[in-house]
Design a protein around this ligand. Structure first.
Ligand code: THU
Length: 141
């Protein structure tokens, strides 16, 4: 039986633009080992957008994910309050962030809207609080 396409969701102009930024970032991914390109676009409270792509390494453990690179870009530019993040992968359905990236995002916000997207135009809405319930965070220390 053919899988039923999920209902298309309505996106604001800002959301569409954020997804486009994530798509553009994914094109710069350095992923010669996995061939799995990821792009992330993180919008901060001021409206500015910081992007990241995955940067792999021959020493595989030195790889950094797209989301964590976007967070680093925001933080190094003085932004720690995030509004939303878009993540672009080529899979269907679009892939959610890995556990490490969830942990890094939750350091800055427990409630972050996430847009998971792929080049086919499929978009899934997610929430950080659902992806990482009961996080280990500053309050846990
Ligand atoms: N990757 C990301 O960039 N973000 C994630 O949340 C999941 C995984 C990257 C790491 C590696 O370069 C490739 O995808 C395959 O795991």
């Amino acid at each position: 039986m053919k899988a039923r396409a999920s209902k298309p969701i309505r996106l604001s102009r800002q959301e569409k633009e954020l997804i486009d930024r994530a798509a553009a970032a994914s094109k710069n991914a350095h992923a010669p080992y996995s061939r799995f390109k990821v792009g992330a676009a993180l919008q901060v409270e001021s409206g500015q957008v910081f992007v990241g792509c995955n940067v792999e390494n021959a020493s595989y453990g030195a790889t950094v994910c797209a989301e964590r690179n976007a967070v680093a870009q925001a933080v190094v530019n003085g932004h720690k309050k995030f509004k939303r993040i878009a993540i672009m992968t080529a899979t269907s359905p679009p892939a959610p962030p890995c556990g490490l990236c969830r942990q890094v995002l939750v350091e800055f916000c427990d409630e972050l809207p996430i847009l998971l997207a792929n080049p086919r135009g499929e978009v899934v809405r997610a929430k950080l609080s659902k992806l990482i319930p009961q996080p280990f965070c500053g309050k846990s220390l």
